[in-house]
Design a protein around this ligand. Sequence first.
Ligand code: ACO
Length: 426
Amino acid sequence: MPRIDLDDQSLECPIVIGTENEKAIDISQLRSKTGYITLDDSFGNTGSCKSAITYIDGDKGVLRYRGYAIEDLAENSSFIETAYLIIYGHLPSPSEYKLFSGLLTSQEILHEGFRHHFEGFPNNAHPMAMLSAMINAMGCYQSDLYDDIDGVSHFDKSAAQLISQVRTIAAAAYKMSIGQPMIYPYPNKRYAENFLHMMFSLPNNPYEVDPDILHALTMFLILHVDHEQNCSTSTVRLVASSGANLHASCSAGVCALWGRLHGGANQAVVEMFNKIRNADYSVKEFIEKVKKKEHGAKLMGFGHRVYKNYDPRAQILQKAAHKLLDKAGKNDELLEIAQELAECALHDDYFIERKLYPNVDFYSGIILQAIGIPLNMFTVMFAIGRMPGWIAHWKEISDNPKQRIYRPRQIYTGETLRKYVPMDER
Ligand code: ACO
C-alpha cells in the first residue's frame, strides 16, 4: 500500500482499481490524519467519485455507456433506448421500453402556466437562459414528485418528464423567439421527429421529416447522452449531493453547459467558421493567432481534458456530416473550412505537442446547421441530449446511502487577520 510521509506523520493510502483497471490512490483520510490536503486546481488529477455509468479511455479514444461502445449505440440504438440504458444501467426489455416511452409521451405537454413564464422573457433572451429557468420552474408544477423522492415511481415520472419536456421547452422557446405560435407535441411521433415537428411545423403546415435528417439528429442526441465527470455533470452531482431535487440539479447543469469551454463550444465553433468564411482572416492566419494566443484565441472544438487522442464522437460526427451533406447534394462551405482547419492543426507542432484533437463540438454544428437548427439553439440541442446522463448521475448520487455533500477545500491566499478601520479614518 502506498505510504505518504509528512512531517512526523505517516499514512497508508489504499489503492482503488476500477473495472477497466483505472487506478487511484485513496487519500480521503489525509487531512484528518496529517492536517494536509491535496491541491489540484480545476481537478485535472482528481477522481471525485466512483461511478458505474460511463467509461472513457482518453489515450485510446474509447467511450462506453454502461459497457456499450459509443459506435455500437450510435449505429444501432435509439435515443430513448440509450436514455433508458444510461439511467437504469441495462438495455430495456420490450415491456420496459414500452412503459418508458409511454411515460415520456404522457409527460410531454407543458402545463399551460408555462405560457406566462415564456411571455416574461425578452424576445432576444438566450434559449439556454430560458431552458435553465424553465427546468427549475417545471419542478414547481410537480411538487407531488418531491413528497417522497425515494419512491421509485416518483423518480421514474420525474425523469421521464424532464427528458420529454426539455424538448418541448426548447422548441417552445424557439417559437416564442421568432414570434410564431407554440406547436404542441404529437403523441404518435417518436422523440426526435416530435422535436422537429414542434420546431418547424406551422399551425396549417406540418413539417415533412426527411429520414436522413432524423437519423442524423438521433445520432447527435445519442452521442451527447453522457460523458462522465465533465463540468456540467459534476455540477449536477454537486448540487444533487446537497439533497436538491432532480429539476434544480439539472437546471444547474444547463447553466454549467452554456459556457464556451464546454457545451457552448458548438456555437462558438460555427461562429469561428463563419469568421473565416466571411474572410475576416484565412485558415492559416487564424491558426497563427491561436498559436500566439492572441487575445486568448483558441481553436474552438479542439482539445479535451480527458481525450489525448481522437474524441470518438468527433469521428462519428465527421462521417455523419459528410454523409448528410453528400446525400443532400450540398457542397457545404463550413465543412470545407472545418476540414482545412483540422488538416492544418493536426500537422502543426503546437497542436501535436499538446495532443489537441477535434472534440465532439468541432463537427456537430455542421450537422445542426444542415438540420436547420438556428445557431443560438446549438447548446440547447446539447442539453436535450445530455439530460438522460444528468439524470443518471443524480440517481447515482441519490441512491448512495453513504453519499456525503460535495465540499472541496482550499488553500487560502488572502490577507491575514487585520483590524477593522472606521470609514472616517480611511
Ligand atoms: N486551441 C488552442 N490551444 C489550446 C486549445 C485550443 N482549443 N485547447 C488547449 N490548448 C492549449 C492550452 O492553451 C495549453 O497551452 P500551454 O501549454 O501553452 O499553456 C495546453 O493546450 C493545455 O490546455 P489546457 O487549457 O490545460 O487544457 P484543459 O484540459 O484545461 O482544457 C478545454 C480543455 C477547455 C476543452 C480546452 O482544450 C479548450 O478550451 N478547447 C476549446 C473549447 C472547446 O472546444 N470546448 C469543448 C470541449 S468538449 C465539451 O466540453 C463538450
